[in-house]
Design a binder for this molecule. Structure first.
Ligand code: SF4
Length: 685
């Protein structure tokens, strides 16, 4: 078999791969030299994809309450239980919890079923944990969830600022591109803003070890500095509202709150103010906070005030964690969005989508966001729950409580490739799902590039695509409009709906792709109508009612002081060679050679005070849960602010299960949990 062009299923860089099965069960994976995102590069996770494709241990057939079942009986059971629950308790008594791992076509069907036919917006996604604050910040500032720039801007910039982003580990190929650009043009300056001294700092000109949580303080100080130095753009500010109030709010920030040395702070302010081509990249360190949306807007405010947006080599840039978080945003797979960047709370938008779908009803208010959704499962408001491609029993904040909530739910359906995840074990109905390399569809990466995932192997056993499962249940519930013959027809319908959205002013309009040859669809950055794939907002036109961007006043605040009994603030994140809960990467021995077990990175002064020896075990606990981790002593973290990776889910020491310690505290605007700031106690185990 010749090579099949597809897309890596891990991070939001969205690298193209060429998969070549050898006919004997092995598959060679190479970077696709023609894919614009990676130009042939792969990181170690992507390069090891061929070693993850064993089907041993896969879920091969549907099960109902642990007993093997036919597809017909399983789908009938799901449809009947959902219909009965809705009839008895209303549409808001059911919910879908989906994933940034889903393909866009899967997401589209889930969103159509829930919002247009069941009539509830109780569909949310694990992307809520990843980038919801960026979505909310974009919508407040731009009137739309639009990523203004593209990867190329990092290479064309004269200054790249990385905020709360360990790009070297979490978006490795984008980091490789940045490092290659710096090697070719050393004048390109890189600043890393992160409480931790991460691997990304090694390639930076300046590392600002910010006080944890002080991101908005720093960017408020920058805004004041830009104003005081006369560095704002009067021309661009004609397209922006809210400057005076925003500046007034920013004035309350103090340098002391940033925890930075005066010389470092001054160097950063001068560098940013004095450089025209600035890209500010931000990621989970900004988003995963109970003031994440404000932090995003504090960054956007500086770019709007200077007009450093939407032009070559400049702009704010949110990089997403998951392979299709962006596709999920575009399709409307969040509880507070409609479809194609239309507004759920706008009756004209709702009517247009309902008319397009010929649907009997339409959700008319936002549904429950992830944390609230599982609270509703816990207290019985949600009585039937379908979880697709994600493992909330270990990955949601307050994970033990979420696991108990799922265990107590009247009816739980799980679609997954494995029968053994913590969540799959709680399912009443388990549906076997096609995995990467076995299914066809599209994903959108962090720079708005739509790429194909293509199948190069048959799904094992009776595994089927998620969109097919959803469409079958919809039909069994008596709904019309779910009879596609494959993902190509589905994509056509979605692209056509985007044309309707475009007619209503949405930025997301890919209707030029209606009727495109799906089999050969090349990576396509939307909007296609713009030169070079498209940068937004350089022309000063935004998607707000008056067409102007909005600067948002941000009153910066630091995390609350930790209680005396739990004096440490636990930071969480990824490691370089693992992905999520390791159901795929954990099967490749060489990926465990980098960091092979769950650990706690703790500052030497904390370790000495606690009596923790290197490589000993430490118990980390709070009122929510407990974890046992291997001690790694390092001054890369700040005193009082240890770090632990979130991948491991074991039950024997060292255990991992870090999200069991993370409180369900969320940003009030975005609903994104504060996953990087759990108050914990630590003691030798
Ligand atoms: Fe896959 Fe991300 Fe690595 Fe690219 S950078 S190969 S998308 S994990």
């Amino acid at each position: 078999m010749t090579g099949v062009r597809s897309t890596c299923p891990y991070c939001g860089v969205g690298c193209g791969v060429i998969a070549t099965p050898d006919g004997k069960g092995s598959v060679q994976i190479k970077g696709d030299p023609d894919h614009p995102a990676n130009r042939g590069r792969l990181c170690v996770k992507g390069a090891a994809l061929g070693e993850t494709l064993s089907t041993g241990g896969r879920l091969l057939s549907p099960t109902i309450r642990g007993q093997e079942a036919t597809w017909n009986s399983a789908l009938d059971e799901v449809a009947a239980r959902f219909s009965q629950t809705i009839a008895a308790h209303g549409p808001d008594s059911v919910a879908l919890y989906v994933s940034g791992q889903l393909l866009t076509e899967d997401y589209y069907v889930a969103n159509k079923l829930m919002k247009g036919f069941i009539g509830s917006a109780n569909i949310d996604t694990n992307s809520r944990l990843c980038m919801a604050s960026s979505v909310a910040g974009h919508r407040r500032a731009f009137g739309s969830d639009t990523v203004p720039g593209q990867y190329e801007d990092l290479e064309l910039a004269d200054l790249v600022v990385l905020v709360g982003s360990n790009l070297a580990w979490c978006h490795p190929v984008l980091h490789q591109r940045l490092m290659a650009a710096k090697a070719a043009r050393p004048a390109l300056k890189i600043v890393v803003i992160d409480p931790r001294r991460t691997a990304t700092c090694e390639g930076a000109d300046l590392h600002l070890a910010l006080a944890p949580g002080a991101d908005a303080h720093l960017f408020n100080l920058l805004l004041c500095h830009l104003a005081d130095q006369g560095q704002m753009s009067a021309d661009f500010l004609a397209h922006v509202s809210g400057l005076e109030a925003t500046l007034a709010a920013a004035r309350s920030a103090t340098a002391a709150e940033t925890g930075l040395a005066a010389a470092d702070l001054a160097a950063f302010l001068a560098l940013w103010a004095g450089t025209e081509r600035v890209v500010t990249v931000y990621s989970q360190g900004v988003n995963q906070s109970d003031s994440g949306t404000d932090k995003v807007n504090a960054i956007l405010n500086c770019h709007l005030a200077t007009g450093r947006i939407g032009r070559s080599g400049m702009g704010p840039f949110s990089v997403t964690g998951q392979p299709n978080a962006m596709g999920g945003r575009e399709v409307g797979g969040l509880a507070n969005m409609l479809a194609c960047h239309l507004d759920l709370e706008n009756p004209i938008h709702r009517d247009a989508v309902q008319s397009f779908w010929s649907s009997p009803t339409m959700a008319d208010k936002p549904g429950l966001k992830a944390v609230d959704m599982f609270r509703a499962v816990e207290d019985g408001r949600i009585k039937a729950l379908w979880i697709l491609h994600t493992n909330p029993a270990v990955t949601m904040p307050d994970a033990d409580r979420v696991a108990r909530a799922i265990a107590g739910c009247d009816f739980v359906v799980v679609s997954d490739i494995w029968p053994t995840t913590d969540t799959a074990r709680l399912a009443h109905v388990l549906l076997p799902t096609a995995g990467w390399g076995e299914k066809d569809g599209t994903v959108t990466n962090s720079e708005r590039m739509i790429s194909r995932q293509r199948a190069f192997a048959a799904p094992p056993g009776q595994a089927r695509a998620d969109w097919w499962q959803l469409a079958q249940v919809a039909q069994r519930m008596g709904f019309a409009g779910f009879d596609w013959d494959g993902p190509s027809a589905l994509f056509d319908e979605y692209a056509a709906l985007s044309g309707v959205a475009g007619g209503l002013g949405s930025d997301f309009d890919i209707s030029v792709l209606v009727g495109a040859d799906y089999a050969t669809l090349a990576p396509t950055m939307w909007p296609q109508a713009r030169k070079r794939g498209g940068r937004f907002f350089g022309d000063g036109r935004f998607h707000t009612p008056d067409g102007r961007a909005r600067m948002v006043p941000v009153t910066a605040r630091l995390p609350e002081v930790t209680p005396a009994a739990q004096p440490f603030r636990l930071n969480t994140g990824r490691v370089r060679d693992q992905w999520h809960t390791m159901t795929r990467t954990g099967t490749v021995p060489r990926l465990s050679q980098h960091l092979g077990e769950p650990y706690l990175e703790v500052h030497p002064t904390d370790a000495a005070r606690l009596g923790l020896a290197p490589a000993s075990l430490a118990e980390v606990s709070n009122d929510l849960g407990r974890s046992v981790l291997r001690v790694m002593i390092s001054d890369r973290v700040q005193p009082g602010h240890p770090f632990a990776p979130m991948h491991w889910t074991g039950e024997t020491a060292p255990t991992g299960r870090i999200d069991a310690l993370v409180p369900g505290r969320t940003d009030p605007v975005s609903g994104q949990p504060a996953s990087k700031s759990a108050a914990v106690a630590i003691r030798p185990f």
